[in-house]
Structures are given as C-alpha cells and as structure tokens.
Design a protein around this ligand. Structure first.
Ligand SMILES: *Cc1c(COP(=O)(O)O)cnc(C)c1O
Length: 406
C-alpha cells in the first residue's frame, strides 16, 4: 500500500482541556508536582505523561512533533526553534571530534556555512560532493564518516537526491542518512525511501504563512530520546526550544498543507511549462527536461506534484535584479528570501541565501549570477500571473517579441 502522508495527519485526534477541538496551549515554562519523587523521575525521563520544564518538553510541542512524525512516517519527532536548530543539533549529536560528514554540495547556505566553517572547530570535517553521482558519494566515505547529508530537492539548484540509492550506501557503511525535506513536504517521504532522519525548516511550506521560524527532527524513538537526554542530548543542551504558542499555531497551519502543496505545485508546473515554451530554460523537477524528472517520479507521492520551487536564469545579476524589482512593483510577488508563502517570493540566491558559498564553488556547482529562485504562490489565476510576468520580461527585453510570436 502506498504511504498517504496527508491521511496520517488527518487521522490524528486531539482535544483541548475543556473538550475544545484544538488542543489547549500549555502557557507555562514550569510544572508543579504533588510528590518530590515524581519530580526526580520526570527529570530523568522516566515518568511518562509528566512535564517538568518547557525546554525539556511541553504538551504543545509534543502534539506538533507527533503530527509531523505521522506525516513523515517516523516513530516520533522533536520540534526546534528553527530549521538550523534542527540541523545543527542532529549533526552534533551524530558526529564528534575526528568524525566526518559526506554532504551534498548544493544545500541551504546556512547548513553549508555550518559544515564548512563552524563544524571544523569541533573537529568535524565535511566532504562536499555532487549528490546526484552515487559513485562519487561512495568514494568520499572514509573510516571516520558517520553521516550522509542531503536535501531531497536541493536549495537553490533543485537537484534531486536518489534517496533509495543513498540509503543503500548508508547501510553498507553503517552511516546515518540525514535528509532535509524542506522543499518537498508531502511530495517526498524520505523515511519511506530509506532515510534515517528527516529534517524540515517549518518556517517554509509547512507553516506557510511566513510569520514563524521553526524546525523539526523526525526519527526513531531511540534517536529522539538521545537528542533530548538531559545529560548529553544536543536538542536539550543547545537549547533551541520552540515556544508553545508558536507550535500551536504551526499545528493549525499544518492541517491545510496538503491543499496548499497541491496549489503550489499546480501553479509552479503551469509557469514552468509556459516559461519553457518561451525558450527561457526554467529548472523545475516536473519538466521532462529536468535531469532527475524520472527519478523524482519514482519517489513522489503523486497527489502533491513536483513542488512550488522553480528557477530561471536571465543571464546576469543586473537583469535578475531589475526583473525582480519590476515584478514586485506590479505586485506579482515579493522580492524576499524564504519560501512557501501565499504570494510568490523571488530572490537571486547567488547574492542572498547562498552567498555563504564562495564564488568559485558557486560557479562549479552551476549557480550563476542571473539565477532567480521562485517560490510560486497560491495564485488563484495563474494564467493572469503568467501573462503579467511575460509582460515584465518583454518590457525589460529579457524576452524578445519574435521569440514569443514563434
Ligand atoms: C530555510 C531552510 C533551512 C533553515 O531553516 P530556518 O528555519 O531558517 O533555520 C534549512 N534548509 C532549507 C532547505 C531551508 O530552505
């Protein structure tokens, strides 16, 4: 039977303290005990259902974590105050001094900067590889490697990781396969394809309203327990705890994720096909021209499509900047980083979200100055959006009139 992630969320049932249809928000940082003995047991993690202190756990955070674990099909999950809070906790839990990570070279700029510049201070070194070449990935593994790290669909180049193939390699060398699934929630279920740990920045599609920063780590009960251990757990001790009010609001937004993803994907596919028709060479995993289009199809939960992210290269940073400014002026979206909003968001990653990556490395991985990354919005009339975007490109002579007639 195929995995139906949206059903997993829908089938959860929670009630509030007074029979409310939403779980009550626990608005306390600390909890009282009738017996001192229970307090000790709770601190040690041996008293189920008791709460001690909200950095350790809180009812609202557990509800959100359970819903996200259901979505990803993992035993459990723990939420964090940001996506980076999730990523850094996982990497520091799995690797120590002298150990090694093999990572995709096309990853979120913050993750790249952490692995490249910060983790070496802890004695953790990383080899960055082209994740689409399994033989290159395997060749980078050393006796000290502990983690294979990738994004299912990479930021910003939209490269697609072969999660089944990577899981085989991880198994062979007893590594943990850690997958950041921020770009493809519901569309791809990495755990079902063999990933050990699945991470999201909740800030993006999952929350979907660009009002909150958050993250989640989905994995086995044993791993999540390790992360939360009061003596040596990275999630516990590094302190990136989500606030209960925020987790309650993200849980409410999670319920419409399946509808939003369908609309993001439908709109992005429409624009990608139209841009392709204009000769613009968009990059979108839903296009047959994408090098990993067939691979994506073998991994996807079909109902949710190929996601809401696409890129086009308009040739130079100057052109990219003027186009983005004009599109914003005409209210086609916002010149802003981040993704998963109801409005289209666009940015030039080479000079923003991926600027942590040195220029020569950007060049090598194919990240050009004229690249614009779009997070396509929930536009009700995407045809109108397309016509207006086309007009912007014609006005700026990015598109020439003859290429449109032809
Ligand atoms: C935004 C993002 C992150 C970081 O998440 P924050 O919530 O900003 O800390 C990590 N990975 C990917 C793919 C992202 O897009």
């Amino acid at each position: 039977m195929t995995f139906k992630p949206a059903n997993q969320i829908q089938d959860l049932q929670y009630f509030g303290e007074f029979g409310g249809v939403n779980p009550s928000i626990s608005d306390s940082s600390t909890y009282t005990f009738l017996s001192a003995k229970t307090m000790f047991d709770t601190f040690e993690g041996n008293a189920d259902g008791c709460y001690l202190y909200s950095r350790h756990s809180s009812p609202s955070n557990l509800y959100l974590g359970e819903a996200l674990a259901a979505m990803e099909g993992t035993e459990t999950a723990t939420v964090t105050s940001s996506g980076m809070g999730a990523i850094t906790a996982v990497l520091m839990q799995l690797c120590g001094n002298g150990e090694h990570v093999v990572s995709s070279r096309t990853i979120y700029g913050g993750t790249y900067a952490f692995l490249k510049n910060f983790a070496p201070r802890l004695g953790i070194n990383t080899s960055f590889v082209d994740i689409t070449k399994l033989e290159v990935v395997e060749a980078a593994i050393t006796k000290d490697t502990r983690v294979l790290y990738c994004e299912s669909v990479s930021n910003p180049l939209l490269e697609v990781a072969d999660i089944r193939g990577l899981a085989k390699i991880a198994n062979k060398y007893s590594l943990k396969l850690v997958v950041d699934n921020t770009f493809s929630p519901l569309s791809i279920s990495p755990k079902k394809l063999g990933a050990d740990i699945v991470i999201h920045s909740l800030t993006k599609f999952i929350n979907g309203s660009s009002d909150t920063v958050g993250g989640v780590i989905c994995g086995t009960q044993d791993f999540i327990d390790e992360l939360r251990n009061v003596n040596d757990g990275a999630a516990m001790l590094l302190g990136s705890t989500m606030d209960s009010l925020r987790s309650a609001s993200i849980l409410k937004n999670l319920r419409t994720l399946h509808i939003r993803m369908q609309q993001h994907s439908k709109n992005a596919l429409f624009l990608a096909q139209k841009f392709e028709g204009l000769g613009l060479k968009p990059v979108y995993p839903g296009l047959a021209a994408h090098p990993s289009h067939e691979l994506f199809k073998t991994m996807m939960n079909e109902a949710y499509g190929f996601g809401g992210m696409l890129t086009i290269d308009v040739g130079s940073l100057d052109k990219a900047n003027t186009l983005m400014e004009l599109m914003q002026e005409r209210n086609l979206g916002y010149l802003a980083v981040s993704l998963g909003f109801y409005k289209t968001l666009f940015s030039a990653p080479g000079s923003s979200t991926s600027s942590e990556i040195p220029e020569d490395e950007q060049k090598e991985m194919g990240l050009s100055h004229g690249l614009i990354r779009f997070s396509i919005g929930l536009d009700a009339d995407i045809e109108r959006t397309f016509e207006m975007m086309k007009q912007c490109m014609m006005d700026l002579k990015i598109l020439k009139a003859e290429s449109i007639e032809g």
